[in-house]
Design a protein around this ligand. Structure first.
Ligand code: IPE
Ligand code: IPE
Ligand code: MG
Ligand code: MG
Ligand code: MG
Length: 295
């Protein structure tokens, strides 16, 4: 298939993965109808689907089956959707707008939003465990990596450090650890899962892991810049929420953050050099897409 642009490719894969997610989500009926409505509202209501795209693009280096990459991408996007619902809650960031729409707890209520997040998290692992097309050992590895990346030594640890950082300024090193955990871990999982699906060599898997680390950090640097420099209409979520937090912008300022994003983008492309194949252009292009993104 010929795509006029990377943007179009991201949209197409995102739409395919959304179809897979739709098929896995419970239909909004029965006693728990409002729970299912809230799950569908948050998981299906927009989003760039960058993480599933990364799963697909890295698995494509090894010609892994697209159908399985979509399933893993859907599972990962369920975890991401859950993390956003909980991140937006009044006890966390207290946000009103997400993906251009009211946040889950604004559209429903806090209790339903909390439970919708919980249920999406469980659904993610049900999807991975049901992947019978791949052997049990690789399925377990995917489950173990997603559980660790999203849990108390991964994304949730980052969210905890984010909260604790409201009380004192962090050093740049502490901030990098926070952002690697909060945002980097799930993005790294996307890249590493592509290597697992493709039976990559140790060196190839290591290269994708390093690429994932760099773009994970880059993703949050651009997110911090958008919070400080953009507006809610453009990015579809509340802005200027982070002035009391430790972010790249509050710790080192806007100009240094922009320069850091440029440096990270360069570093992210370096490990890809071992892949001497045309498909690598997609992962390279994605680095610039993330650095230049406007929402
Ligand atoms: C937002 O993630 C939260 C961060 C970790 C920065 P995205 O910018 O990927 O949000 P969606 O899924 O496209 O809405
Ligand atoms: C949250 O980071 C990342 C998650 C783990 C959900 P932010 O709080 O900066 O994400 P946004 O800006 O609300 O999307
Ligand atoms: Mg937050
Ligand atoms: Mg937030
Ligand atoms: Mg943010």
């Amino acid at each position: 298939m010929i795509y006029p642009s990377l943007q179009e490719m991201i949209r197409k894969i995102g739409s395919d993965v959304t179809d897979v997610m739709t098929a896995h989500l419970p239909v909004a009926e029965g006693i728990e109808r409002s729970l299912f409505e809230a799950m569908r509202y948050s998981a299906l209501g927009g989003g760039k689907r960058i993480r599933p795209f990364l799963v697909w693009a890295s698995s494509q280096l090894f010609h892994a089956p697209t159908k399985i990459a979509y399933e893993v991408g859907a599972a990962l996007e369920f975890v991401h959707s859950y993390s956003l619902i909980h991140d937006d809650l009044p006890c966390m960031d207290n946000s009103n707008l997400r993906r251009g729409n009211p946040t889950c707890h604004r559209q429903f209520d806090e209790e339903t939003a909390l439970l919708a997040g919980d249920a999406l998290y469980g659904l993610a692992f049900e999807v991975l465990a049901s992947l019978e097309e791949i052997e049990a050992s690789r399925r377990c590895l995917l489950i173990q990596k997603l559980a660790k990346g999203s849990g108390g030594r991964g994304m949730v640890a980052g969210q905890m450090r984010d909260l604790l950082g409201e009380d004192r300024p962090y050093t740049l090193e502490e901030l990098k650890i926070l952002h690697n955990l909060k945002t980097g871990e799930l993005i790294q999982f996307a890249c590493e899962s592509g290597a697992i699906l493709g039976n990559a060599s140790v060196a190839q898997a290591e290269a994708l892991k390093t690429y994932g680390e760099k773009i994970g950090l880059l993703y949050q640097v651009t997110d911090d810049l958008l919070d400080a420099c953009s507006d809610a209409k453009t990015i579809g979520k509340d802005t200027h929420q982070d002035s009391h937090k430790n972010t790249f912008v509050t710790v080192q300022g806007i100009e240094a953050s922009r320069q850091y994003a440029i440096d990270l983008a360069k570093e992210a492309k370096e490990p890809l050099a071992i892949f001497n194949m045309p498909q690598i252009k997609v992962l390279e292009g994605l680095v610039d897409y993330i650095r230049e993104r406007l929402f």
